[in-house]
Design a binder for this molecule. Structure first.
Ligand code: SAM
Length: 328
């Protein structure tokens, strides 16, 4: 075991760098995703089930900011470690040691947070029935979502995929579309209100509301994009939630150095709802040298994107952007 600091918390975690059987996993890189979820749940003001808590890192940090939290993990080793980490951080909350699906079938929570190894697909249907207001969902099977394995995309998420230059965002939109379609079966509209990626980790937060008409309206926002679909084509971010998250950033001790930068990019990119374009890909298509991002933004109105350092967002169509790049 080793002791680490993440944000305002001190945690005992196993000294391993990859998931191993029977060992509770803690990934330091995901401090960014935990930062974002603390900001999200502070901004939305709900009680949270940390459904796959592992070392308790997320639940402990939420509890430190006064968010009512319940932590669950089916591993009894994880539960012992969470108890130890609760004492270390002088916080207390309810602990459950059961299969997440069983828990979700028996109880409701303001927000249900699901952070699996791999795909969240097996948990979505019961999360939709348990969550009163929000679901936070992570996926690390990004190859299936981003089009590397089209047969897995079809089998696991029910969509036609192929790898596109902006595949990280298309993967996030495919995950959103899966949750929306699962929600539709229950007449629950699960609308994306925040999304981000970091390395091979996607995360989407949904606001859930009952209602057949609302659900139909949301289904109208699914479509195909360059042969991939159905994917969600609507807004990935709710502006007022993002503004509140930025306000909360002042009082939260962040655990990752890139959280602030990513959130500020998001607050800018949400003004341009259509999927980002990749500048290097477009320049390669035109067989032209790439302009710098700064000179690109001298010619078009747009923003950078947290999805990719070579990506940009704009309201212009791809053909309009290509015409502008040709005159470079
Ligand atoms: C990726 S880890 C969670 C990491 C943690 N949320 C964090 O931020 O450090 C996934 C955890 O889910 C637990 N888990 C996997 N399947 C589960 C299930 N069906 N019910 C409850 N816990 C489960 C595993 O024991 C593991 O601790």
């Amino acid at each position: 075991m080793k002791q680490i600091n993440e944000g305002e918390s001190v945690l005992s975690v196993p000294d391993v760098s990859m998931p191993e059987d029977g060992v509770v996993f803690y990934n330091p890189a995901q401090a960014l995703s935990r930062d974002m979820s603390i900001l999200f749940y502070l901004a939305t003001g709900v009680d949270v089930l940390d459904g796959m808590s592992a070392s308790g890192a997320r639940a402990i940090r939420l509890a430190k900011y006064g968010v009512p939290v319940v932590a669950n993990d089916y591993s009894s080793e994880a539960i012992k470690l969470i108890e130890k980490n609760m004492a270390k951080n002088q916080v207390e909350f309810e602990l459950m040691n059961t299969d997440l699906r069983r828990l979700l079938h028996s109880r409701r929570f303001g927000a249900v947070d699901i952070d699996p190894f791999g795909s969240p697909a097996p948990f979505v249907h019961c999360a939709l029935q348990s969550a009163v207001k929000y679901i936070g969902l992570a996926a690390t099977d990004t190859a299936a979502l981003a089009g590397t394995y089209p047969r897995v995309s079809r089998r696991r998420y029910g969509f036609v995929s192929k790898k596109l230059p902006n595949h990280p965002e298309i993967g996030v939109r495919a995950l959103a579309s899966f949750v929306i379609r699962e929600g539709a079966k229950l007449e629950i509209a699960a609308r994306p209100v925040f999304a981000h990626i970091f390395q091979h980790y996607y995360r989407v937060y949904f606001e859930v509301k009952k209602g057949a008409r609302r659900t139909d309206k949301l289904l109208d926002e699914l479509g195909t994009y360059e042969g991939v679909g159905p994917i969600y084509m609507g807004n990935l971010w709710d502006k007022s939630i993002v503004s509140k998250m930025i306000k909360h950033m002042k009082k939260v001790e962040l655990g990752h150095k890139l959280t602030e930068k990513h959130l500020l990019y998001i607050s800018d990119e949400l003004k341009f709802p259509q999927p980002y374009m990749d500048l290097h890909f477009l320049c390669k298509q035109l067989k032209r040298l790439c302009p710098t991002m700064d000179s690109l933004f001298g010619k078009i109105k747009g923003s950078r994107t947290h999805f990719s350092p070579t990506g940009f967002r704009t309201k212009l169509s791809k053909d309009e952007v290509l015409d502008i790049l040709k005159t470079n």
